[in-house]
Every structure is written in structure tokens, then in C-alpha cells.
Ligand binder design. Structure first.
Ligand code: IPM
Ligand code: MN
Length: 355
């Protein structure tokens, strides 16, 4: 296949982890006879520095022309510490989600047998965990009306959802539940919020079409608790934008390191694949960041965007092998073990694929 991939490395450790994913994908291309065309484009703080905006029109054109987008990370402490900054890197990410119509953010949490004791949770609580969040990504409080009143002394952000927005996300959740264990959990705060009551009403109406799916409804505060008690009791969870933002960070560390979990954002146009972790500015340029979340995001890209399952499975296999062999970056080193560089892990995986 001819595959055109927009490459948005972004900020912080983004460029380093993206480089490793490119090495791995190129090796997959060679092994399975695909020709990969990489289309680099600017986004985030680096785009602000170079062209004044975090998601330039040119970048958007490149994303639209591509078969998929591979994304690194966005964010820079220079902006975090300045609440009055008019332009921020994160605006680029939000604009990109909106302009590409990326309404469904797929964030899995699974465990790696060789890392089970790296988890902050006890082994018996997490063994067998394999869940996936579908987070709504282009609505809710992230995109609602906001502002200041009373001479700046009162601030508000509003959470708005339409039935149509909820339904298209929920349908993806039902389909995904169907392809897995048949269990779907709708996470909301319907005991308090009107928008949550519309979520519940919409999902309940869909149950009639998906009678083979077993749906539960749980409040977001209870889910936050049960995620650390019994993460392995969940399968597919659907939720609105902000609840999903918070719960997926919580869930991402269950596997043992935030540097491990991939994600996909699906929607109306080109799909986007990115690690769940952020730009980790303290590690930028040091060649120490864990590239596996980005490499596993590339595996999701092969499967989800291109329908190339063996290619995705091959990436996952070599990642699992390298973990079992202890060929890992410093965040995963067990007492006394050797820490490998970001670039060494990328080279090692690419070479394993070529073998
Ligand atoms: C994420 C991030 C973003 C979000 C930020 C960087 C805007 O935390 O992808 O989860 O809140 O959606
Ligand atoms: Mn987040």
C-alpha cells in the first residue's frame, strides 16, 4: 500500500518519541512492502515560535491530504506559567480536533505481563485489566461558552451537548463493546447535571438497537474510585470530554508507566494517533523518554486507519519482547537493570522487525 502520514512531532519530548515511531514504521514498511510517505508539519509551541499560531492552516492542509496523522506531544512551560498568554500551544490541539472533526478519542488501558509489578496497584487488582475509554473530544465544557463577568471577578465555562453529538459517540461505544466482551459502561453525573441526563437518555434509547450489549450506568465519582479498586471489572466506557480527560490519566498509570499507553482520535476526516502522555519538558532533548506509547500508537494507526492487522500485531509483539528482555528506558528499569536511551529502544525494535 502507499501510505501518506502527516507527522506532527510538536513540543518537548514529542520529536524524540516520534523519531522512534518513524524508525519502527519504516521497518514495517520494508517488511510488508508498503511505501510510507512522511509529511512533517508544525504544531504547538514550536509552531507559535516559527509562524505565530499553534495549528497553522498549512498543517491542517497536510493533515487533510494524509491517510493518517501521527502526533507527538504539545505544551511548553513558558505558556503554562503565564495565565494571560493570548496564544497557547494547547489551542492548537483543540483546533485540530475541531477542524478534523475528531470526536471519538479511543484510550485503552491494558497491562503487560512483564511489568505487572511496576503498577502502583497490587497485582491481584490489575491482572487481566483490558479496558478502553471512548472519550467525546469535540464538545462539552472544552468548547462551550466561557468568559468573565463582574469586572473579571466571576468566571464561567459551560458544558453543552446535543443529542446528535452524544449519539455518534455512543454508537462507536456500542460497536466497540460488540467487538469485545459486550459490556458497555456509560459514565456520567446524571444525579446533578442536565447534560449528563441527556447522555443517559440518549444511550438508553440506543439500547433497543444493540440488545446484545449489556449497558451499565455509573456516576463519574464512583468510576474514579472503582478504577483503582477493580479496573479489571470494566471493558468499554463512554463518557464526555472533561470526565474522559481526567479518568484516562488516572487509568493510564495502571499499566506501570504513563509512557506506555497509546490512543487514537477518530472522526469525520483523517484519524489521528498519539501517545496519552504529554510533552514532559523536563526530559526534552535528553534521549531518556519512553517511546513505547508513540510506537504503540503507530500500531493502532496500522490497524485502525489502514486495516493492516498483521503489521499492528508485529509492532505489539516486538514491544512485548523488548519489555520482557528488559530493553527499556529508565522509567521501567528494575533495581540494578540497565536503562537504554530513547533512540536505542527505537533502533532495537526496528532491527527486531527487520529480522
Ligand atoms: C489530553 C490533554 C489535552 C486535553 C490538553 C493538552 C488540551 O490533556 O489530550 O488529554 O485536555 O484534552
Ligand atoms: Mn489529558
Amino acid at each position: 500500500m502507499d501510505l501518506k502520514i502527516a507527522l506532527l512531532a510538536g513540543d518537548g519530548i514529542g520529536p524524540e518519541v516520534i523519531d522512534q515511531a518513524v524508525k519502527v514504521c519504516d521497518a514495517i514498511g520494508e517488511k510488508f512492502n508498503h511505501s510510507l510517505e512522511w509529511m512533517p508539519a508544525l504544531t504547538g509551541a514550536i509552531a507559535i515560535d516559527q509562524v505565530g499560531v499553534p495549528y497553522p492552516d498549512e498543517t491542517h492542509e497536510i493533515c487533510l491530504a494524509a491517510d493518517a496523522v501521527l502526533f507527538g506531544a504539545i505544551g511548553d512551560p513558558r505558556f503554562d506559567n503565564d495565565p494571560s498568554a493570548k496564544v497557547r500551544p494547547e489551542q492548537g490541539l483543540l483546533l485540530m480536533r475541531q477542524k478534523l472533526g475528531l470526536f471519538a478519542n479511543v484510550r485503552p488501558t491494558f497491562t503487560f505481563p512483564s511489568l505487572i509489578d511496576k503498577s502502583p496497584l497490587k497485582r491481584e487488582r490489575i491482572e487481566g485489566t483490558d479496558l478502553v475509554f471512548l472519550r467525546e473530544l469535540t464538545g462539552g465544557i472544552y468548547f462551550g461558552e466561557r468568559g468573565r463577568k463582574d469586572d473579571g471577578n466571576t468566571a464561567f465555562d459551560t458544558c453543552t451537548y446535543t443529542r446528535a453529538e452524544i449519539e455518534r459517540l455512543a454508537r462507536k461505544g456500542f460497536e466497540m463493546a460488540r467487538s469485545r466482551s459486550g459490556k458497555l459502561c456509560c459514565v456520567d453525573k446524571a444525579n446533578v447535571l442536565e447534560s449528563s441526563r441527556l447522555w443517559r437518555e440518549t444511550v438508553q434509547a440506543l439500547e433497543k438497537e444493540y440488545t446484545d450489549v449489556d449497558v451499565s450506568y455509573e456516576f463519574v465519582d464512583a468510576v474514579a474510585m472503582r478504577l483503582v479498586q477493580w479496573p479489571n471489572s470494566y471493558d468499554v466506557l463512554i463518557t464526555e470530554n472533561l470526565f474522559g480527560d481526567i479518568l484516562t490519566d488516572e487509568a493510564s498509570v495502571i499499566s506501570g508507566s504513563m509512557g506506555l499507553m497509546p490512543s487514537a482520535s477518530l472522526g469525520e476526516k483523517t484519524s489521528l494517533f498519539e501517545p496519552i502522555h504529554g510533552s514532559f519538558p523536563q526530559a526534552a532533548g535528553k534521549d531518556i523518554a519512553n517511546p513505547l506509547a508513540t510506537i504503540l500508537s503507530a500500531a493502532m494507526m496500522f490497524e485502525t486507519a489502514f486495516g493492516l492487522h498483521e503489521e499492528g500485531a508485529t509492532i505489539r509483539r516486538v514491544v512485548n519482547e523488548s519489555l520482557a528482555e528488559g530493553f527499556v528506558t529508565e522509567d521501567l528499569v528494575e533495581g540494578g537493570g540497565k536503562a537504554y536511551k530513547t533512540s536505542e529502544v527505537g533502533d532495537y525494535l526496528a532491527q527486531k522487525i527487520r529480522k
